[in-house]
Design a protein around this ligand. Structure first.
Ligand SMILES: C[S@@+](CC[C@H](N)C(=O)[O-])C[C@H]1O[C@@H](n2cnc3c(N)ncnc32)[C@H](O)[C@@H]1O
Length: 359
């Protein structure tokens, strides 16, 4: 049927009256312009435009409960066919199966990209495509010290993903030091630490940094940091606006070293298709961490934020580094998600908290 994604299921025999009634009942729950099932002889066709799949499962279970066991497999095969479609958009809670990417279509796209020069600022980067094993002695450790100095002890190209939020220089009461430096001094120090992060990052690794600009000082920290990373010829992969549901928002900047493609074994990917579809958007609505008093830290990541970043941008067993690990949210979530990790913070108190959050 034109304008629909069609799935045809060949039946082993002509459907019985009960099965025909079950299909009719199923059809009656949905707007036929969004979803309908056509049953003819031994052939069943699903016509899909948009469907709330969770609602579908609930309705299917209700209809199925009225059927005899031998007929249940018909409805299950419909459900399995719908869930097996991996290419869809999401709109108003429904999976959209047709025309969801039509506005993105550009004729002769590759040719035009070639003419423009994709990520021209990061070409000829001279990063070496030779990765190193992460040293055993640093594996799954929380280390207290200045991160720039600590990172100098690591070899080149041994970390899969850096995820961090640096001190923002807002004047927060961190246990281990001041947070109101002259901006010039602040950025010089931060950039030296980020340069170390880039050095230890694998070719194809990702550096993801969460920053809140200081609007009252008119300092666009997220732009200044991004500009530095681009000057270092990292490839900008994207930006997420983190909406904190408290009239505040922050930015997450995503960069790659050397190439965009992430190598690794497919079996180690642990993000589900639904998580991917829900999270691969430019705005995340995630509430701030509620346990900051409990962990006695003024600026923690919520675990949900770290989970999204790690599942989207790393695989199981990857090495995750947080050079400003604070109360250890990155390292705790990394451990829960079967990643290896290294967390560094200048405050021994925060390092102790981070260790206490590990199993
Ligand atoms: C925004 S907080 C990170 C919080 C962390 N994401 C969490 O979930 O708890 C920044 C951290 O950087 C640490 N820090 C500041 N200067 C540092 C340095 N030179 N080396 C290592 N850590 C430092 C601070 O102690 C603070 O815990």
């Amino acid at each position: 049927m034109k304008g629909y994604k069609e799935i045809t299921i060949d039946l082993k025999s002509t459907p019985k009256q009960r099965e025909k009634l079950a299909i009719m009942e199923l059809n009656s729950f949905f707007n036929p312009r969004d979803f309908n099932i056509d049953l003819k002889d031994q052939k069943m066709t699903l016509n899909l435009r948009a469907l709330d799949v969770q609602q579908f499962t609930l309705i299917k279970n209700t209809v199925e409960a009225d059927l005899e066991t031998e007929n249940q497999s018909l409805l299950t095969s419909i459900e399995e066919s719908i869930y097996s479609i991996k290419n869809y958009g999401i709109k108003n809670g429904k999976r959209v199966f047709v025309d969801f990417d039509s506005e993105r279509k550009v004729k002769n796209r590759a040719l035009k990209e070639g003419r423009r020069g994709k990520y021209f600022y990061a070409t000829n980067s001279k990063y070496i495509d030779q990765n190193t094993d992460f040293p055993e002695s640093f594996q799954n450790q929380i280390i207290c010290g200045d991160s720039q100095q600590m990172l100098e002890k690591l070899p080149n190209n041994c970390v899969d993903l850096v995820f961090t939020s640096p001190p923002y220089n807002f004047g927060l009461d961190y246990e281990g030091g001041e947070d109101d430096h002259n901006w010039d001094i602040y950025f010089k120090k931060l950039f030296r630490t980020l340069d170390e992060c880039i050095r230890v990052l694998k070719f194809g690794g990702r550096l993801i940094i969460n920053v809140q600009p200081l609007f009252s000082d008119y300092i666009p920290s997220h732009h200044m940091i991004s500009q530095h990373l681009m000057r270092r010829k990292l490839i900008w992969k994207g930006e997420v606006l983190w909406e904190k549901n408290n009239y505040n928002w922050e930015f997450i900047e995503i960069f790659c070293k050397g190439e965009m493609k992430k190598s690794g074994e497919k079996d180690l990917i642990d993000i589900s298709a639904d998580e991917f579809k829900e999270w691969v958007v430019a705005k995340w609505s995630v509430a701030p961490e509620r346990n900051m008093k409990k962990y006695d830290h003024p600026a923690m990541f919520p675990e949900k934020l770290v989970e999204r970043v790690l599942k989207l941008f790393s695989y199981k067993n990857d090495v995750i580094l947080d050079p400003f690990n604070g109360a250890g949210t990155t390292t705790s979530v990394a451990q829960k998600l079967d990643r290896r990790f290294l967390g560094i913070d200048i405050s021994e108190q925060y390092c102790e908290t981070a260790r206490s959050r590990l199993d």
